[in-house]
Design a protein around this ligand. Structure first.
Ligand code: ATP
Ligand code: MG
Length: 420
């Protein structure tokens, strides 16, 4: 026998028995985001590598270590590791700045990062996310956070905590970075290798290092004083406090976390994360923030923007499995042609119907029907002659015979009764 080929490490099949939860989450995303006026956008999975090195930032883990990049016809191409950069590219390329603000977009689809696979961390995973362009006021930040919470509640998740922080603007943040570097510098040789590189390239990221030795250093009094200091300029402080007052008014429970810096270079001012209290160490289900300079950085008109992305796999792992949906009817008959006629008629009216394609014994067909369907639609010789169907409710065992044209109405009606 030929050797079997296995799925790549860090990737997974989503099998038919699990698909209902995916459909459920996708439908809720579409419904809730639509309620807030967001429209779906689908951008390509491959983009030019430059988009991510300029858009996500070449000091980030994503760009430095995690991208799937290859050459084709002397072009460097990358499988998208996230979708904000792609949506921003599309926004600029399609002249969406001419539309009246805000432009509200959402997406869902696979992302690719070469990371160490573990529970809640894959190399191909899916994100559902949103981007809102054109509004600099904190009302946009509030609306996006409110919508994230609304969506998570709609799928039944409420044991969640929202964390927020403000990273300021390039002006106040630069000063903060310098202060931070000056107190950390004396300990530079004791930091982990990653932190030593971050020190020059992306000092904010020092704060979310997970290495205990680094954590110990950052817990020192003089360093904590800088971390906890209020470094925001007047405009940024005002923006942040207005956001908090919106959240208070809307009754969103949140905590402020000064260590929340997020991995990506493009964030300005508001950043936020939503964590589940029921996941292990990979507990972030949603990450987002404001990125007021990215559109300009990628060649567009200066345009403020804010968005978030959620990990579909992590969301789904928090939900209870759903019973697979059964067919409305399974036709039991030894006359395959008649069975087909009935099947097509009912399918055309929107019912989910299967029939036996191999003319098995009646009892075998009934057995199959009771496994896969809510109703057995029996077409025996008598029924065919009289233009009737016997309908057996496979839950209750009740059976009744109807004229063929009444069959659809009755299944619909009974299904409605059952689902009430
Ligand atoms: P983490 O700190 O968990 O690596 P991140 O900051 O890299 O997250 P983002 O880039 O903000 O994550 O992505 C948003 C969400 O996408 C995360 O909160 C998480 O739910 C999900 N996510 C990110 N990377 C992965 C992955 N490799 N596998 C599964 N889900 C992921
Ligand atoms: Mg990550």
């Amino acid at each position: 026998m030929a050797q079997i080929i296995k799925v790549l490490k860090g990737t997974k099949d989503i099998l038919p028995q699990n698909i209902e939860l995916w459909h459920f989450v996708e439908k809720n995303a579409k419904d809730i985001f639509s309620r807030y006026g967001f429209k779906e956008i689908r951008t390509p999975i491959i983009e030019t590598t430059d988009l991510f090195s300029r858009g996500v930032g070449d000091t980030t883990d994503i760009v430095n270590k995690e991208m799937y990049t290859f050459e084709k016809s002397e072009r460097s191409i990358t499988l998208r590791p996230e979708n904000t950069a792609g949506v921003v590219r599309s926004y600029i390329e399609n002249g969406m700045s001419r539309l009246s603000a805000p432009v509200k977009l959402w997406y869902e689809g696979p992302m690719f990062r070469y990371e160490r696979p573990q529970a809640g961390r894959q190399r191909q995973f899916h994100q559902v996310g949103v981007e809102m362009f054109g509004i600099k006021q904190p009302s946009a930040d509030a609306e996006v956070i409110l919508m994230a919470e609304d969506f998570l509640k709609s799928i039944g998740l409420d044991d969640l905590s929202v964390e927020i922080n403000s990273l300021g603007c390039p002006k106040c943040r630069t000063e903060f970075k310098e202060k931070l570097k000056s107190v950390i510098k004396p300990h530079l040789n004791d930091l982990c290798e990653d932190c030593q590189t971050r020190f020059d390239k992306n000092p904010l990221r020092l704060l979310d290092c997970k290495v205990p030795e680094c954590q110990e250093i950052y817990a020192k009094k003089e360093i904590q004083e800088v971390i906890m200091s209020d470094f925001l300029c007047d405009e940024c402080r005002e923006h942040y406090s207005e956001l908090k007052s919106y959240l208070d008014k809307m009754n969103v429970k949140y905590s402020e976390n000064k260590l929340l810096v997020r991995g990506l270079d493009y964030y300005t001012r508001t950043v936020f994360e939503i964590k589940s209290n029921n996941l292990g160490s990979q507990n972030a289900v949603c990450g987002g923030g404001r990125y007021d300079n990215l559109v300009e950085q990628l060649g567009g008109e200066p345009t403020p923007a804010i968005g978030f992305a959620m990990g579909m796999e992590r969301l789904i792992s928090l939900l209870e499995e759903k019973e697979p949906q059964k067919l409305d009817g399974y036709i039991v008959s030894n006359n395959t042609q008649e069975a087909f006629l009935l099947a097509q008629e009912l399918r055309s009216q929107g019912l989910n119907i299967e029939l036996d394609l191999t003319n098995k014994k009646f009892t075998k067909q009934l057995e199959k029907a009771s496994k896969v369907a809510n109703y057995a639609l029996i077409l025996g010789e008598d029924e065919i002659v009289n233009n009737q169907v016997s309908i057996k409710n496979l839950k209750t065992g009740q059976q009744f015979t109807l004229n063929r044209h009444e069959c659809f109405k009755n299944i619909r009606h009974e299904n409605f009764q059952n689902n009430k």
